[in-house]
Design a protein around this ligand. Structure first.
Ligand SMILES: [Cu+2]
Length: 125
């Protein structure tokens, strides 16, 4: 193998490693929700090709209010569901939809669109 070929190959491997790290291993941003005066934890979530924020850290035993706003028309994100809490909601485009429940037990709970293509996580501590 010639030197340029080796350089190209090493470059390719490094690029692949970087992409793998970026998508699977890089630390994901967590959003910590604070409790307001009424004892409710409230967070606004934007739905557009995913959930923003998508990793939400909340306290157990305090009511959680999530205000979803879907800013796209793709039918994929039409419904958001919290399987562990038996909750789901239709998200009409551009309209704020409130999903409320009280997470009782600490743990990690996923939420997603109906097909599971968009995913988020609720970390209850
Ligand atoms: Cu979907």
């Amino acid at each position: 193998m010639t030197t340029p070929q080796i350089i190209v190959m090493i470059g390719g491997i490094l690029l692949i490693l970087f992409i793998a790290w970026f998508f699977w291993l890089s630390p994901k941003e967590q959003t910590r929700i604070s409790t307001n005066n009424n004892g409710t934890q409230e967070v606004a979530i934007t739905v557009k090709g995913g959930y923003t924020p998508d990793i939400i850290v909340v306290k157990a035993g305090q009511p959680l209010r999530m205000r979803f706003t879907r800013q796209e028309s793709s039918s994929c994100s039409e419904t958001v569901t919290f399987p562990d809490f038996n909750k789901s909601a239709k998200l009409p485009e551009g309209q704020e939809v409130i999903v409320e429940f009280t997470p009782d037990k600490p743990g990690e709970y996923g939420f997603q669109c109906l097909m599971g293509m968009l995913r988020g996580k609720l970390i209850v501590e």
